[in-house]
Design a protein around this ligand. Structure first.
Ligand code: NAD
Length: 371
């Protein structure tokens, strides 16, 4: 099969959907791989490295003319116009964007959104949300440490003692766990909050303190279990009690990293303006949920702003700031997914009985398949 790897065109997108390592494996499986010249440059991958792995270099049009196109982000309208009906497109295609899915369906694409893979053991090696959230959680701490004007670890020096930074992590999924681990390595003292009860043990096993918001009703306890490992919106009363506790903890914190997401919805507000006002001057908030509206109403998309003496970082797409590793892990996820859609001879097969294939398939043959 002819497999195309175009350069990503979305602003700030530095990743690429295949690396020389994965290209080599595709070529060994007798596929023709066409990489757009320069596609890997933002991830520090040269055209020569792709060519050495067996790829053919070409233009964007050459890459989009392939039978299968591997992407990081959903194709834009301009990119869609270059795709022919029947092309298989695989990437983080945003399954919750119904307009985009409809547009891809009307182009006649067979499109797979890798973010929609179920959180089952067999899908772990192709779990793009996890591989990228892990990187983003790490980078969030790096950005915070860079903006923070004090040390992270406790230091005892001849000039006196420096206190360890206090870090508060809101939302402890994959990104939050990595943020805790990274802040811990830097010597910070960490507290964390999440709605899902199993998180408490994970937080404590990383040496952080869990902020327990008790459940007062069976309904609260039931909703907090989430669905398929993901959180659901909590009742207003629980959110109010969480906000009160978080307000107290935030006053002590030097750095807050928020990661709380609810799939397909606006991110919950966890740090209100009153809480920001109560924080110490020079504190830092990294709002990792900014692309879904943010966990703090004062953060601004793509900007670092200072409000009430607190630095608020609204950098979207943190994984793209660690481009080389993000591309390497993402490409391996894609390669693993491909095993589900190729037969032994390397022909494309659409096996909708496979749970992962069925969950990720957005459209095919002009039809929207994921509602
Ligand atoms: P996510 O990015 O969807 O959300 C981030 C975190 O925010 C979640 O932990 C969520 O519970 C939390 N959150 C939502 N609302 C909140 C609120 N009001 N207050 C505080 N926290 C709030 O999460 P994710 O990183 O995708 O992880 C979701 C779960 O899936 C995790 O338990 C993770 O370990 C699990 N997971 C399982 C597999 C697998 O089994 N294959 C793979 C990856 C992740």
């Amino acid at each position: 099969m002819r497999i195309g790897i175009p350069a990503e065109t979305r602003q700030g997108e530095t990743r690429v959907a295949a690396t020389p390592e994965t290209v080599k494996k595709l070529v060994a499986a007798r596929h023709d791989v066409i990489v757009q010249s320069g596609a890997g440059i933002s991830s520090s991958i040269t055209d020569d490295a792709y060519a050495a792995a067996g790829a053919q270099l070409g233009t964007a049009a050459d890459a989009f003319a392939a039978d299968m196109v591997l992407k990081v982000r959903a194709p834009s309208a301009e990119e869609r116009a270059q795709l022919k009906s029947g092309t298989v497109v695989i990437g983080m295609l945003n399954p919750f964007d119904a307009d985009n899915t409809a547009a891809m369906a009307s182009t006649g694409l067979t499109a797979f959104a890798l973010e929609a893979a179920p959180r089952i053991t067999r899908a772990q090696s192709m779990d793009v949300l996890s591989s990228q959230a892990n990187i983003a959680g790490y980078k969030a701490v790096m950005l915070a440490a860079n903006t923070y004007q004090r040390f992270m670890p406790m230091l005892m020096t001849a000039a006196g003692t420096v206190k360890a930074a206090r870090v508060l992590i809101m939302g402890v999924g994959v990104a939050g766990l990595q943020a805790i681990a990274t802040a811990k390595r830097l010597g910070a003292v960490i507290e964390a909050s999440d709605v899902r009860p199993p998180v408490k043990e994970q937080v404590e096993s990383l040496g952080a303190k869990f902020i327990d918001v008790p459940f007062l009703t069976d309904e609260e306890r039931e909703i907090a279990q989430g669905t398929g490992g993901y959180a659901r919106p909590m009742p207003a009363d629980w959110m109010r009690r969480q906000a009160e506790l978080v307000h107290e903890r935030a006053r002590q914190a030097d750095i807050i990293i928020t990661t709380a997401l609810i799939p397909g919805r606006k991110a919950p507000i966890l740090i209100g303006e009153d809480t920001v006002k109560a924080m110490k001057p020079g504190s830092v908030i990294v709002d990792m949920a900014i692309e879904q509206g943010g966990n703090c109403p004062l953060t601004e998309l793509g900007k670092t702003v200072t409000r009430h003496g607190v630095h608020l970082i609204g950098e979207p797409n943190l994984a793209a700031l660690v481009a080389a590793d993000a591309s390497a892990l993402y490409s391996r996820n894609v390669l693993d997914f491909l095993k589900l859609v190729f037969d032994q001879e390397g022909n494309f097969i659409l096996n909708r009985d496979d749970e992962i294939v069925a969950a990720t398939l957005l459209c095919s043959g002009g039809e929207v398949l994921r509602k």
